[in-house]
Design a binder for this molecule. Sequence first.
Ligand code: MN
Length: 281
Amino acid sequence: MRTSWGSATDSGRVRSLNEDAVLAYPPVFLVADGMGGHKAGDVASRLVVEEFTRLAGRDAVTADDVHDCFGRAARRLREELEGITAGTTVAGVAVARHDDGGSYWLVFNIGDSRVYRLVGEALEQISVDHSVVQELLDRGAISPDQARQHPERHVITRALGTDTEPEPDYWMIPAGATDRVLICSDGLTAELDDATIAALLGGDPDPQEAAAHLVATAVGAGGKDNVSAIVVDVATTARAFGTAPDEDTAETWDSKLEDTTRPRTVRPQRPVEPGQPGGAR
Ligand code: MN
């Protein structure tokens, strides 16, 4: 599956340092939002990008490949930031192949950076935040509007950190011929509502222009945090399904993917390191 993409990042209008880091190199696309201040947060997010860069240039990856990157990044974090409390979010997609021969997005997440998909004009959030506010939303204790104003809206409940084993969540979703994926840090979603994100994401056919426009608009709206966005398009699915991507075959794809149109959770085949609680949910 071929992809075309664009990315943009900005330190915003308040912070002097950009602790976000982005990787946009097929088959992997991710945003990492580092926490911990100078020489910590930016190191943490950069380490993640370095470890995932090992996957760059492959045709496709597996959940195990991605999980290994998380493990290596966590080890390096512990070694290189020993004694410092630091961490980073990691959210992204990687091109994966399934036994059915189709191409899929392997979506992964730790923290509150996000992965969205634009379907027609509708914006779907694929990743689920690891945050206090998300837990309150899940319990029905607050409304989405209240979540945006909640005093603890920046508090995350999971990160790739120096003191815990990584516990990313994974989902597999079929890659559609007209897919457009957005990966972004919370500096974008804190400034722009879903309708604005959907309009900007769908408003420009060039993924680089769309990413740049999203980030510039979030900075213009306040830019209280670092802001990052990656926009990924499926260039063609001809190779994925062995058929030409024309009007006649679109229906065939739909029927082929009928039972897999909803995101589904996957687990890496190997468990996380023994002695640690949890793993992929
Ligand atoms: Mn942030």
